[in-house]
Design a protein around this ligand. Structure first.
Ligand SMILES: NC(=O)c1ccc[n+]([C@@H]2O[C@H](COP(=O)([O-])OP(=O)(O)OC[C@H]3O[C@@H](n4cnc5c(N)ncnc54)[C@H](OP(=O)(O)O)[C@@H]3O)[C@@H](O)[C@H]2O)c1
Length: 168
């Protein structure tokens, strides 16, 4: 969300109070940068029903079960975005830890309705850089999904967040 953004951001949580605390914190941080943002809080289910783009920022091992719980609430004109990758850390560093479904996204696709596209995003951006509001990222967010999703569903993105370009 930049200074010229007109998006509404809904922070979801299993506990409304927790979401409210976070939303307040984010609003304060943005106000300190003279950004008057529409950021508010809802429980996960309400947030999922109300958002055009639902970003599943949940630890990878719980992402699929969380999507399963909100799937009945989602409608045809929404998009699910998954930033989660199955990673494991040991003394040698981070390693890819493939789940049974092949990837977290494939697991999510299995439980999500066929009507709701699942798009992968943010996996090329480090969390530290993403959350540093003073970091002018100067990079693209790579979106991946099936060819069918790209061809038939890109019209669902909010106009100001339309994807551009394509890698075959
Ligand atoms: N691309 C990137 O740079 C990047 C970087 C970091 C992380 N990620 C991905 O983003 C995801 C979230 O990472 P994070 O570090 O933000 O995780 P996190 O802080 O550990 O968890 C995010 C939220 O998930 C909810 N949650 C925790 N356990 C849950 C459960 N059992 N069931 C349902 N919800 C649960 C909690 O929200 P409530 O308690 O409020 O419900 C928590 O605040 C991960 O899957 C990770 O792979 C991507």
């Amino acid at each position: 969300m930049g200074p010229r953004s007109d998006h509404t951001v809904i922070i979801g949580s299993r506990e409304l109070k927790k979401a409210e605390t976070k939303a307040k914190e984010y609003r304060r941080e943005l106000q300190e940068r003279s950004i008057d943002a529409d950021v508010h809080a809802q429980e996960n289910e309400t947030a999922a029903e109300n958002a055009s783009v639902v970003v599943v920022i949940i630890p990878s091992e719980h992402a699929t079960s969380t999507v399963k719980s909100i799937t009945p609430l989602l409608s045809d004109d929404q998009i699910l975005v998954n930033p989660a990758v199955g990673m494991r850390q040991d003394t040698a560093g981070f390693h890819y830890d493939a789940p049974e479904a092949g990837s977290i996204t494939e697991g999510i696709e299995k439980v999500a309705s066929d009507r709701v596209p699942v798009i992968v995003a943010f996996q090329n951006l480090a969390a530290g850089a993403l959350s540093d509001l003073d970091d002018d990222l100067k990079t693209d967010v790579i979106l991946t999904g099936t060819r069918q999703q790209r061809n038939t569903r890109s019209k669902r993105w909010p106009r100001s967040a339309q994807p551009r370009g394509a890698i075959e």
